[in-house]
Ligand binder design. Structure first.
Ligand SMILES: *Cc1c(COP(=O)(O)O)cnc(C)c1O
Length: 315
């Protein structure tokens, strides 16, 4: 059987280094907010070319903390509408409703699976205070005109970057295009830990400072609690593992692009609609899709999945 995702196989490539990293944390006696979290934050911020990366417990918490921080800073208010694509994983919308914001769902483009940013109707934008862009399946959704429009309207742009760590738009990393981005390092993601883990990226000093407190009980100084905080810290062992995985992220994403290119060329079947790829004319130059998933569309989905399973191919 060819599994759709075989994490054991994926991680076996880095096995010795990962084990060494984990054992060194176990032996160090520093388990919470230690040197590995700090170094991972620094290394990932350098990799993404962004001022701040903050390690967080998981991707959902990362999204939630960004929006809670904007509420604390007075940039959003309870009940404000936030635009979100209707085909994302539930975490995108849940992050909004769980902090008292109201998700407004928008349908995506059928070939990119992402929002067509330049054709979002004005009457919708007139009402929203923020938009959540989801770089679904590893494809960046971005438009400089849209961004200009958002800036002029004072609308915040938050990126759900859970599936696209390492993707770039004209050389700019996903998660650093808008005001802030949230990452998931869930084991199955492109940059995957070996447990739950997540992160936030931003160039906004004020937002970053507040998030450092919110993730750790709202506390600047131990036992002084200035905010209604949470325990949303990134684990030290996961950070040590992620430092190893980060070194190989570009190679892993490059390999994903090769495999996706093979699918794009090799799948020739009128019953299968393929995602937009670099061989399509309309594909935006400058896009660096990292193919978290290769998603096809077909009328007979369950039949095709069964046919593939019968032929030892997972989907
Ligand atoms: C995985 C994922 C999340 C949530 O991440 P967790 O670490 O599982 O909480 C959010 N948004 C998208 C698009 C995801 O794929």
């Amino acid at each position: 059987m060819i599994n759709q995702l075989d994490l054991k196989l994926v991680n076996a490539r880095y096995q010795a280094e990962i084990e060494e990293a984990a054992v060194s944390v176990i032996r160090s006696g520093r388990y919470i907010l230690g040197p590995n979290v700090e170094e991972f934050e620094r290394e990932l911020s350098e990799y993404m070319n962004v001022k701040h990366v903050i390690g967080i417990s998981n991707g959902l918490d990362a999204l939630r903390l960004i929006f809670q921080a904007y509420i604390e800073l007075g940039k959003l208010s309870l009940g404000d509408e936030v635009l979100v694509p209707d085909n994302s994983f539930i975490a995108s919308a849940l992050a909004l409703s769980s902090v008292g914001l109201k998700p407004v769902f928008i349908a995506p483009n059928e070939r990119t699976y992402n929002l067509d940013l330049d054709s979002i109707p004005s009457y919708i934008l007139d009402r929203v205070k923020a938009v959540m862009l989801v770089h679904l399946y590893g494809r960046i959704t971005w438009s400089p005109d849209f961004h200009e429009n958002m800036k002029n309207r004072g609308i915040l742009v938050v990126e759900d970057n859970a599936q696209a760590v390492g993707a770039k738009y004209n050389g700019v990393s996903s998660g650093t295009l808008g005001n802030a981005g949230a990452m998931s390092f869930y084991p199955g993601k492109n940059l995957g830990a070996m447990g739950d883990a997540g992160g936030i990226s931003t160039n906004d000093d004020e937002l970053a400072e507040l998030i450092y407190y919110l993730r750790n009980y709202g506390s600047k100084i131990k036992y002084y609690h200035d905010y209604l905080g949470h325990n949303c810290r990134l684990d030290e062992i996961q950070a040590a593992i992620l430092r190893v995985k980060l070194k190989y992220l570009d190679d892993a994403n490059r390999r994903r692009r090769e495999i996706a290119a093979n699918y794009c060329d090799g799948i020739q079947n009128d019953l299968i609609k393929k995602p937009l790829s670099s061989s399509d004319e309309v594909f935006r130059l400058g896009d660096e899709h990292i193919w978290h998933q290769y998603v096809i569309r077909t009328e007979n989905r369950d039949g095709l999945a069964k046919y593939m399973a019968d032929n030892q191919i997972g989907s």
